[in-house]
Write a protein that binds this ligand. Sequence first.
Ligand code: CTP
Length: 432
Amino acid sequence: MKNKRILLIMSGGIAAYKCLELIRRLRDKGAHVRVVMTRAAQQFVTPLSVSALTNEKVFTDLFDLNDEREIGHIRLSREADAILVAPATADLIAKMANGHADDLASSVLLASDKPPLVAPAMNPRMWMNKATQRNVSQLEADGVRFIGPEVGEMAEANEAGPGRLVEVPALIEALSKMPGIAAGSEPSDRSHSMLKHGGLEGLHVLVTSGPTHEPIDPVRYIANRSSGKQGHAIAAAAQAAGARVTLVSGPVNIPDPEGVEVVRVETAEAMLAAVEKALPADVGIFCAAVADWHVASQGAQKIKKQKGAAPPKLELVPNPDILKTIATRKKGRPDLVVGFAAETEKVLEHARAKLASKGCDWIVANDVSAGTGVMGGDRNKVHVVRDGGQVSWPDMSKVQVADALVGAIVAELAKKKIAPAEKERGKKARGK
Ligand code: CTP
């Protein structure tokens, strides 16, 4: 928990008093705690006592203009490594499930880029009500994690059942397993620098993601195990950092990142055409697992088995190398070109060779051999290789790798002081 930033969203209920102990324990562990309190929460615990424990201003009002200027509900959620909603009332859960944003707590949650941990506390009948259960199921399907409620005596006389806020140690334990907090997650400073400060406003970032499918005949194709999770997470992180993002994606089974223009393609050739069409870009990140070959002549009809005949031989011809084509362009090369290297052995050696042969600025190398679970999985361990050096990042979620990579890009651009090409183009277009 050391130096981790926790955003605690407190809604009403007698269980709110447990949050005082929670804050104390979290601070003992070195965490920074910021608190948003709903109006109802303030009936049970005063913002003053919470503020005394967090040593920070407590946020209560969506329309506090000063705060909107200084912090804003977007920043409140983005600056946190994890968000905990405790106690979560039936009302706040209903608002979350339906996307309401009529107060600061619900607005922060709606604007958040990470699913929160929710610790409900309410009367057992309210918890068991079909409406609440429907809302909880919806939120779980949306990726929200729940802890509790516990079964027990309620504050109200003669009431028992599920509805008690879980105890503080269990809350801390659950929080410590959240992405962004768990051991091995990227140090918050790096992954947050870009979220806090944006950094890519006015820039166009082009990302390729997923596999390509190279048809053999109308029903068969050559593919690979890429899921698109890493490329899509990078597109989302670049968007969160303020960029206009074009994501050229091969066939994947994951949702499109919000606020990103997605161009769907199937083959390597179509991917290159879409990438060229999307240019100019300030930054190009080539994460797709592009097939190296396609079948020389694709059958117009399904290839049939011929009795007694040998299986058909597939003649393969090379696909265009998209990364190399873009990285070696004389005109219109993005200012920063980042390639990936999927390797199963001699990862750094091969990555360094690719850096030279492809003409890109960085290679993000990862070991995709079978045992690692990287291809298709949720985690990644990468080395960022560039001229004159390399950094190896710890094992992280693909979302954290994306945040860290975008953070590193923001830092690199600041160092290079690249003029935001798109801003310039915009100005020209407006005749300024
Ligand atoms: N790449 C590309 N177009 C291709 C092949 C690869 O744009 N036809 C890009 C990938 O998106 C990645 C980088 O090149 O950024 C390296 O891809 P990788 O599959 O690791 O290597 P290859 O170039 O295909 O080389 P090899 O298969 O020999 O490892």
